[in-house]
Design a protein around this ligand. Structure first.
Ligand code: PRP
Ligand code: URA
Length: 206
């Protein structure tokens, strides 16, 4: 299911991210802030368990998160979303999946994977700012499912209709979260209007 997150602050920051004049430093900071704002909505349905703590005054029966949270950024650009979310969920563990798109075929190529143990019980959040054809995200999710993950959320900043459709088809059980749903892909597989190449803008590689 697609969850398109709408909030004036989120839209304002996304506008700044899209602007071509936004430099690497600001791009990095804004991406992190957007991921943090999105985290509030993404975590809305996390299961909680009842516990009792001692306040300075008396025992208090309250709740805390019931499940482990595992963040899995898709390298490279997903790295830019980790701090914004782990700053709020400080107990989150982080796995990494390295995937790049072949520029000719747009097919995803996996080159690295290090995932925390016991992801079967965890809520796993796949992080990647761009959901274009959906090939990279679909491959990352498939990879995590092979390793036992069952509760997976896909967190992207901007998506194209083609990518949303691909995830719906390949992984109908996965919740998709976006801050912006754009019009289309161009002939090179870039999201239009989008924000350009997220990895290059984040790391200043072009
Ligand atoms: C970008 C982006 C996604 C992928 C999206 O990564 O960060 O991972 O493209 O495209 P898709 O939905 O069509 O698969 P890229 O391949 O540019 O790798 P990089 O981050 O290492 O530059
Ligand atoms: N990857 C990006 O970084 N940007 C796009 O628009 C599409 C894929």
């Amino acid at each position: 299911m697609l969850n398109l997150l709408k909030h004036p602050l989120l839209t304002h920051k996304l506008t700044h991210l899209r602007r071509k004049e936004t430099d690497t430093k600001e791009f990095r900071e804004t991406l992190e802030e957007i991921a943090g704002l999105m985290a509030y909505e993404i975590t809305r349905d996390l299961p909680v368990k009842e516990i009792t703590v001692e306040t300075p005054m008396a025992p208090c029966t309250t709740e805390e998160l019931a499940k482990d949270i595992v963040l899995v950024p898709v390298l490279r650009a997903g790295l830019g979303m980790v701090n914004g979310i782990s700053g709020l969920i400080t107990s989150a563990r982080v796995g990494h999946i390295g995937i790049y798109r072949d520029h000719e075929t747009l097919e995803p190529k996996t080159y690295y994977c290090k995932i925390p143990a016991y992801i079967q019980e965890a809520v796993v959040m796949v992080l990647d700012p761009m959901l274009a054809t959906g090939g990279s995200a679909s491959a990352a999710i498939g990879f995590l499912k092979e390793r036992g993950a069952v509760n997976i959320k896909l967190v992207c900043i901007i998506g194209a209709p083609e990518g949303v459709e691909r995830i719906r088809r390949d992984h109908p059980d996965v919740q998709i979260y976006l801050a912006g749903l754009d019009e289309k892909l161009n002939a090179e597989g870039y999201i239009v209007p989008g924000l350009g190449d997220a990895g290059d803008r984040l790391f200043g590689t072009r």
